[in-house]
Design a binder for this molecule. Structure first.
Ligand SMILES: Cc1cc2nc3c(=O)[nH]c(=O)nc-3n(C[C@H](O)[C@H](O)[C@H](O)COP(=O)(O)OP(=O)(O)OC[C@H]3O[C@@H](n4cnc5c(N)ncnc54)[C@H](O)[C@@H]3O)c2cc1C
Length: 302
């Protein structure tokens, strides 16, 4: 990371809301559920499906977690009523994990149960390493009762291969990503090549064990590894999907869709966009570089 990127990332919390809003615009659907629905319709026209994320995390009061559950219920009802091709993704700390693990479990249980009624699916996002064990425990408990729930494992964590070995008997549905949080070297790989090797190794393990896998990346090298494994093991379309973030690498998204692969776009929306965007940019200052590059591209292109 360059000194410039670092300097920009440290000053982000002091940047006025409209400026953060400008940077965040491509990555966030908007503040209202109607904004998200519009984005999903556009993605559907392109041939993609979606997963809706209600922005928010690290709640400090039970009422905030309950409020989040209520919004997610409305989202599930709306997806069902409008026959949208979208699942939901949620964060354990938005559901109250840092307040009370049982409360968090019950909140997610409520949503997975409602999603089941609507024939829909809930993905439990993975947050920083302080939440990994609890998230896996909550997922494993839910998986005993439901088949419409999945979670996420991060290729940069040293523990992930062992976690996968433990989860495989449950026939898990897992999204694999590199991992967005800044984690200490003791517990995570920092070398990009090793993270990519880890990603490919994990994908292979899941594929040969007949697990459903969400391949969440915009890195063409990882995409290539995934395509190589899909071909090598003749993995049917029903057993994998690519996943990408809204606003990131739309060209690669179109290439994969054209190649006949299922592709799901992560669509975040909600009033909490400022905290989310600032945190994301600060947690991973390299993104500042991407944002500035895209901004420069826009200026040049005008
Ligand atoms: C659908 C989805 C869900 C995710 N869920 C989680 C989760 O639950 N937990 C978690 O820790 N992480 C999650 N992530 C984030 C993930 O861990 C990575 O941080 C992120 O995807 C970047 O890694 P990459 O594989 O795209 O590779 P990178 O090497 O980081 O990126 C490859 C290329 O993509 C482009 N790019 C990547 N990110 C951006 C960006 N923000 N803006 C502009 N261009 C960009 C750049 O051109 C870059 O060169 C998720 C990612 C996706 C796609």
């Amino acid at each position: 990371m360059s000194l410039f990127n670092k300097a920009v990332s440290y000053t982000l919390p002091f940047v006025p809301r409209p400026i953060i809003g400008y940077f965040a615009r491509p990555y966030i659907a908007g503040e209202r559920i109607d904004d998200a629905v519009k984005r999903i319709r556009e993605l559907t026209a392109e041939g993609a499906c979606a997963t809706l994320d209600v922005l928010g995390e690290e709640v400090t009061h039970e009422e905030q977690a309950q409020h989040a559950v209520e919004i997610y219920k409305q989202v599930l009802q709306r997806i069902n009523a409008e026959k949208l091709n979208s699942s939901i993704s949620l964060k354990p700390t938005h559901m109250g994990l840092k307040l009370d693990k049982e409360l968090c479990y019950q909140n997610i249980h409520t949503l997975v149960k409602l999603a089941k009624v609507y024939n829909n699916f809930v993905r439990i996002d993975m947050e920083d390493h302080t939440t990994t064990t609890d998230t896996i425990n909550i997922y494993s408990r839910l998986r005993e009762e439901f088949d419409n729930v999945g979670t996420v494992l991060q290729a940069y964590l040293r523990r992930t291969v062992a976690d996968i070995n433990r989860l495989i008997p449950l026939k898990p549905n897992l999204r694999i990503c590199k991992g967005i949080y800044k984690e200490p070297h003791e517990i995570s790989y920092h070398d990009g090549q090793i993270i990519n090797h880890s990603f490919a190794y994990i994908l292979e393990k899941l594929m040969i064990n007949n697990c459903y896998v969400g391949i969440a990346t915009h890195d063409e090298e990882v995409v290539w590894e995934a395509l190589r494994l899909i071909d090598k093991y003749n993995i049917p379309r029903e057993r994998y999907e690519f996943q990408m973030l809204l606003g990131v690498q739309p060209r690669l998204r179109k290439i994969l869709l054209k190649g006949g692969h299922k592709l799901r776009v992560y669509v975040p929306f909600g009033a909490e966009w400022q905290a989310y965007s600032t945190r994301r940019l600060k947690e991973n200052p390299d993104i500042v570089g991407h944002v500035l590059k895209s901004l420069a591209g826009k200026v040049v292109g005008q």
